[in-house]
Design a protein around this ligand. Structure first.
Ligand SMILES: [Zn+2]
Length: 452
C-alpha cells in the first residue's frame, strides 16, 4: 500500500477506520465498576487488526489492563526519547441530549464531509491519526532517529490515575528521559482572540494548575425564631460574594507576551500597535481580556463556586454550611498561594478553608527557543500554511502533567483546523471532525515524526 498523503488515495481507508474507532464505546467513569471493559478490549483488538505494521515493529505494553504504551526504538539510542500522547476514553453522552444529535453518538456516521461521533475531536482522531502516520512511515521504510513512545491512556477524562500516571512512573523507573511530549491541547482556530481573523495554531507551552477549596462556616444551631444576625449560611454567602467580587489579580505573563509577539504581524494595524507595545497598553489589554471568560482565564487564577450545601429544615439554624470552589491556578502561583489569599480576603468571616485532595500546581513553562518547539512550528506551517503558530496557556488540565519529571519540553496541541463553534461540540452534542481536517492531521504527525 502506498501511503503518500498528498493524493487522496488512502483517505477513504483512514476515514473508515476512524468511523469504526468512534463506534466502540470506550466510555470512562470515575467508578470503575461502571466501565464496560469489553469495549476497551474491543478497541485494542480493533487497532491491532487495523495497524499490523505498528504491532509488528513497535513493542506494545499494556498498563493496568487497558492503557497502551508503544515503544518504537530509534537508531540513536543515546538520545532522549519522544512521547506522543492521546487517550482512547471518551466522556458519556448525557441522556437528555441524545435527541439533539444529528446522528447516533456512537454511529461513526460519515456525511457532509465530516465523521460524526463522541470522540471525533476529543480525541480518538488524534490517537488514530498518530497510528495512521506511524503505520504509513513504517510501510515507507522510515526508521526514527530518536526512540518514540506512544502513550494511549484509558482514563484521561476521569483524572488519568490508572493510565498515564502509571505509564509515567513506569518510564521514570526505567530511567527514560524525554526531550519532548506532545499531548492534546490548543486547536487551529479563527478568532482565538477578538479581531484576529487569521488561523492561530495554539501550542500549549504550559498548563494551569487546579485546586478545589472547601469553605466551612460553623455556628451553634438552635431554633430559627431567635436567630443571630447572620447564620452559618449567611456568613458563607458573604464569603462567596466577596471572593467573586475580589477576583485574583490579572496580569500579562510571559506566555501571553510571546503569544502577542507571534500573532501581532497578522493583526489589523490598530491591534498590531497595541500588541507590539504591551508596556504601554497593558491596562487596556487586561480590561478587554477580563471581559470574556475565555480570555479572562488567560490572565488570572480563576474562581468558580461549584457546590453548596447547608441546613436541613426550614426552622432549624444550620450548624454547618459548606461551599466548594474550584480554582485554576496561573503558572507562577501555587495551591498554597491560592489558599492563603482566600483566607486573607475572608478573614473576618470565621470560615475554615480546606484544600481538597485533587489539587496540583501549574506546570513548568516549555521553551519556545527549544529545537522541539521550532520543529513543531515548522511542521504546522508546512501542513497549515494559512496559520500562524503561537505559544499559549492551556487552561484545562491534560495527562501530560504526569510526565513533567522526565520531560524537557511538553506541548499541548491538536493539529485540527476547527471553527470556534466546534469547541462547544467537545464534551457536547454533535461532535465531529471534517474529513479534510483529519487528513491534514495525519499529514502533520507523519511530517512531525519524520522531522524529529
Ligand atoms: Zn481529551
Amino acid at each position: 500500500m502506498d501511503y503518500k498523503l498528498k493524493d487522496n488515495k488512502n483517505i477513504d481507508d483512514f476515514v473508515q477506520r476512524l468511523s469504526q474507532a468512534l463506534q466502540i464505546k470506550t466510555i470512562s467513569y470515575e467508578n470503575m465498576d461502571m466501565v464496560d471493559k469489553s469495549e476497551f478490549l474491543k478497541f485494542h483488538t480493533f487497532i491491532e487488526k487495523s495497524f499490523p505494521n505498528v504491532h509488528r515493529v513497535l513493542v506494545k505494553e499494556t498498563i493496568n489492563d487497558f492503557g497502551i504504551l508503544f515503544k518504537w526504538e530509534g537508531t540513536e539510542t543515546n538520545q532522549d526519547s519522544i512521547l506522543l500522547m492521546a487517550h482512547m476514553d471518551v466522556v458519556p453522552v448525557e441522556k437528555e441530549t441524545e435527541n439533539e444529535w444529528c446522528f447516533e453518538p456512537f454511529s461513526g456516521n460519515i456525511s457532509d464531509g465530516y465523521v460524526w461521533g463522541r470522540g471525533a475531536l476529543d480525541m480518538k482522531s488524534q490517537l488514530m491519526g498518530i497510528l495512521e502516520a506511524v503505520e504509513g512511515l513504517i510501510i515507507n521504510g522510515f526508521k526514527p532517529r530518536k526512540t518514540i513512545y506512544l502513550a494511549f491512556g484509558h482514563d484521561e477524562e476521569v483524572g488519568g490515575y490508572l493510565g498515564n500516571a502509571q505509564m509515567a512512573s513506569y518510564l521514570q523507573s526505567k530511567g527514560i528521559k524525554l526531550s519532548m511530549v506532545l499531548d492534546e491541547g490548543g486547536f487551529i482556530i479563527k478568532n482565538a482572540i477578538a479581531g484576529m481573523s487569521c488561523l492561530a495554531a495554539l501550542i500549549g507551552i504550559a498548563e494551569k494548575g487546579m485546586t478545589t477549596l472547601e469553605l466551612f462556616a460553623e455556628s451553634n444551631g438552635g431554633h430559627s425564631s431567635m436567630p443571630p444576625n447572620s447564620t452559618a449560611i449567611g456568613r458563607l454567602a458573604k464569603s462567596i460574594y466577596i471572593l467573586e467580587k475580589k477576583q485574583f489579580k490579572a496580569n500579562i505573563n510571559s506566555i501571553l507576551k510571546e503569544f502577542f509577539k507571534a500573532i501581532a504581524p497578522k493583526m489589523p494595524l490598530l491591534k498590531r500597535i497595541i500588541f507590539s507595545n504591551i508596556w504601554l497598553f497593558k491596562p487596556l489589554i487586561i480590561r478587554i481580556f477580563t471581559k470574556l471568560p475565555k480570555t479572562n482565564a488567560l490572565v488570572r487564577t480563576t474562581t468558580a463556586f461549584t457546590m453548596i450545601e447547608g441546613g436541613f429544615k426550614m426552622n432549624v439554624l444550620p450548624q454547618q454550611a459548606k461551599a466548594v470552589a474550584n480554582f485554576r491556578v496561573m503558572p507562577g502561583e501555587t495551591i498554597e498561594d491560592v489558599k492563603k489569599r482566600v483566607e486573607k480576603v475572608i478573614k473576618k468571616l470565621d470560615i475554615t478553608v480546606k484544600v481538597n485532595d485533587v489539587s496540583f500546581n501549574p506546570s513548568k513553562i516549555s521553551h519556545i527557543a527549544s529545537n522541539e518547539y521550532k520543529v513543531m512550528c515548522k511542521t504546522i506551517v508546512s501542513v497549515f500554511p494559512e496559520s500562524v503558530a503561537a505559544p499559549y496557556l492551556t487552561v484545562g488540565s491534560t495527562d501530560s502533567r504526569y510526565y513533567q519529571k522526565i520531560a524537557n519540553q511538553i506541548f499541548r496541541f491538536c493539529p485540527i483546523e476547527i471553527e470556534s463553534e466546534d469547541l462547544e461540540r467537545v464534551h457536547g452534542v454533535n461532535e465531529r471532525i471534517s474529513i479534510e481536517g483529519y487528513k491534514k492531521m495525519i499529514e502533520f504527525f507523519y511530517l512531525l515524526i519524520e522531522s524529529l
